[in-house]
Ligand binder design. Structure first.
Ligand SMILES: Nc1ncnc2c1ncn2[C@@H]1O[C@H](COP(=O)(O)OP(=O)(O)OP(=O)(O)O)[C@@H](O)[C@H]1O
Ligand SMILES: O=P(O)(O)OC[C@H]1O[C@H](OP(=O)(O)OP(=O)(O)O)[C@H](O)[C@@H]1O
Length: 234
């Protein structure tokens, strides 16, 4: 009986993730080989801890290749369109907080809400000869919010894998959807969040691959493990 849990191997979630496991009585022992993706744990039996990148953890949960993972809810929901069927958040861990938001150039003074943006998108082709372009790496969340939640049909997603906030000034997009925590990157790039433009309030979560078949022993171990993360209820 072994459950697999993947935690971030690098990046901003890594240290707080190790601290949060420690608070749940699980000590992650760094491997002697710094490049190893496996690590030892003390404080619990039958748990194998793997080190992966934050986005890879979401993909491995989607594919059912691991039982559990700690990563951002933004990545879980972007990677798994059907997250509510394929996964389950066992605990919200209270760190890695950031919002996925819609932001427009400061100069768009008449655009304050998604309804205003709806009007802009509808008239964009007539005014500019092309559709409104949105730079983002969150294309699934963007489509869900623009099309399904707000009925905006006319736009084009420009995939951005970095420096998304620079896209409007660079001329490669008109507006953006990205993650923000302090807001300073948006401000520095003269961008403003729409009043109702928060798509998701994200934080680091302990998530379960819900569709993986597990033995009764593993299920019992999961229940015990989840209970250790007493934090806030999911
Ligand atoms: N200010 C922030 N900017 C970006 N992500 C943040 C921020 N604050 C918290 N996060 C969370 O951290 C996650 C990404 O972490 P990070 O950028 O450290 O990962 P990474 O190592 O770059 O991952 P990968 O290599 O898989 O892209 C985000 O998906 C989000 O959940
Ligand atoms: O609201 P803020 O506190 O300014 O944070 C938001 C910024 O932080 C992240 O970028 P980061 O600089 O970490 O680079 P990355 O895009 O490579 O993750 C994110 O992509 C935003 O650009």
């Amino acid at each position: 009986m072994t459950l697999t849990l993947a935690i971030p191997s690098k990046g901003r979630l890594k240290d707080q993730c190790v601290a949060s496991l420690a608070a749940a009585g699980i000590t992650v022992i760094p491997s002697d080989d710094a490049r190893s993706y496996r690590t030892r744990v003390e404080g619990t039996d039958g748990l194998e801890v793997l080190l992966l990148s934050a986005s890879e953890i979401a993909r491995e949960l989607r594919d059912g290749a691991i039982d559990l993972g700690i990563t951002g809810e933004d990545l879980l929901r972007e990677t798994m369109p059907d997250f509510d069927r394929r996964g389950r958040i066992l605990s919200r861990l209270g760190f890695g907080r950031a919002d996925v938001v819609v932001a427009v150039p400061d100069a768009w003074i008449d655009v304050e809400t998604m309804e205003d943006l709806h009007d802009v998108a509808a008239g964009f082709r007539a005014a500019h000869g092309r559709r409104l372009r949105i730079a983002t790496k969150y294309w699934r969340l963007t489509q869900g919010f623009f099309t399904r939640a707000h009925g905006i049909q006319s736009y084009r997603i420009v995939e951005s894998l970095g420096a998304t906030e620079g896209a409007p000034a660079a001329g490669s997009a008109d507006i953006i959807v990205d993650i923000t925590s302090t807001g300073s990157t948006l401000t520095a790039n003269h961008l403003r969040i729409l009043a109702d433009g928060t798509i998701l309030r994200s934080e680091a979560c302990l998530a379960l691959a819900a569709q993986v078949e597990r033995s009764a022993d593993d299920d019992a171990a999961l229940t015990r493990l989840a209970a250790r993360f007493a934090a806030k209820p999911a």
